[in-house]
Design a protein around this ligand. Structure first.
Ligand code: NAD
Ligand code: LMR
Length: 328
């Protein structure tokens, strides 16, 4: 029997990530090839005409799984009844800016949209924040939507996770699908800590295969940390296809589960695991089952990792304080 459609909200849907993301969702890449979807697309009035153009293209593409499209500039209409919300709407950073430079514009959007999601989304709606500063926008959304369970509010660090897989795959000249269990700790910013201490490639420890700790503790980390800036420099636009694809990976694994023996990185509400301060949205290694994520516990943390995990937590605490000062 055919499944009931799932309603998926994409905010900022007329933007460049939106344009890459909505066809992926309509093709079943996010929720599976047998899951019908109804797309809700929100943007702001200056983008209404462009948004309508995206809707026309979705109709023209005749996606078999797409059972309806709501394209609107009304946040209430956009949020009503949604089961999954992918929050992309906001202002991207430009060359020379840090992600926290876009803070004041974006946190006020997330405060307002938190209330709409809380009132109008389906119970148990899963929220993924993509717009930067992603962790802090997610935290603001969580704090201003107190009735949404905190487990349902996450941010995207899967792009960083996938970037780390890509770098190891290139270095070892091995299929990316054979590289597993890298970790992104902390903030989706240049303070993030891409950790390969538990990663494997074709079943063997990545450190043993790479045989170059200087590269793994240096250039590998900075390449992943700075990849967003490198894309902006090259494209004069921030990453879009890789961001959209990683957003699909994030929701797919959250809803459908992670493969046995594999974890992924998600920005989730910290419960104090690994001595990360509670009350931050921090990227951890997680496994997912039955629509719930669980932080992977018990991984040994060496002194090098500890320092990097603490530094990115410190930045998130500062961002949190800055976000509140922007809202007051
Ligand atoms: P974009 O400027 O092309 O699109 C953003 C869209 O959001 C625009 O259409 C804009 O009109 C819309 N928008 C602005 N305010 C809105 C509001 N209040 N409600 C609804 N829509 C609104 O930007 P983009 O390249 O698509 O990037 C979107 C965001 O994602 C940026 O913040 C960017 O920095 C971030 N990003 C995050 C990651 C990640 O890995 N977490 C990766 C890439 C980009
Ligand atoms: C990215 O990582 O590509 C995005 O967060 C865009 C940016 O500002 O770096």
């Amino acid at each position: 029997m055919a499944k009931d459609p799932v309603r998926v909200l994409v905010t900022g849907a007329a933007g460049q990530i939106g344009y890459a993301l909505v066809p992926m969702i309509a093709r079943g890449i996010m929720l599976g090839p047998d899951q019908p979807v109804i797309l809700h697309m929100l943007d702001i009035p200056p983008a209404a005409e462009a948004l309508n153009g995206v809707k026309m293209e979705l109709v023209d593409a005749a996606f078999p799984l797409l059972k309806g499209v709501v394209a609107t500039t009304d946040v209430v209409e956009a949020c009503t009844g949604v089961n999954v919300a992918v929050m992309v709407g906001g202002f991207p950073r430009k060359e020379g800016m840090e992600r926290k430079d876009v803070m004041s514009k974006n946190v006020s959007i997330y405060k307002a949209q938190a209330s709409a999601l809380e009132k109008y989304a389906a119970a148990n709606c899963k929220v993924l924040v993509v717009a930067n500063p992603a962790n802090t926008n997610a935290l603001i959304l969580k704090e201003f939507a107190p009735s949404i369970p905190e487990k349902n509010i996450t941010c995207l660090t899967r792009l960083d996770h996938n970037r780390a897989l890509g770098q190891i795959s290139e270095r070892l000249n091995i299929q990316v699908s054979d590289v597993k269990n890298v970790i992104i700790w902390g903030n989706h910013s240049s303070s993030q800590y891409p950790d390969v201490n538990h990663a494997t490639a074709a079943g063997k420890p990545v450190r043993e295969l790479v045989k170059d700790d200087e590269w793994l503790n240096g250039e590998f980390i900075t390449t992943v940390q700075q990849r967003g800036a490198a894309i902006i420099k090259a494209r004069r636009l921030s990453s879009a296809l890789s961001a959209a694809s990683s957003a699909c990976d994030h929701i797919r694994d959250w809803v459908l589960g992670t493969p046995e023996g594999t974890w992924v990185s998600m920005g989730v509400y910290s419960d104090g695991s690994y001595n990360v301060p509670a009350g931050l949205i921090y990227s951890f290694p997680v496994t997912c089952k039955n629509g719930e994520w669980t932080i992977v516990q018990g991984l040994p943390i060496d002194e090098f990792s500890r320092k990097k995990m603490d530094a990115t937590a410190e930045e998130l605490s500062e961002e949190k304080a800055l976000a509140y000062s922007c809202l007051s």
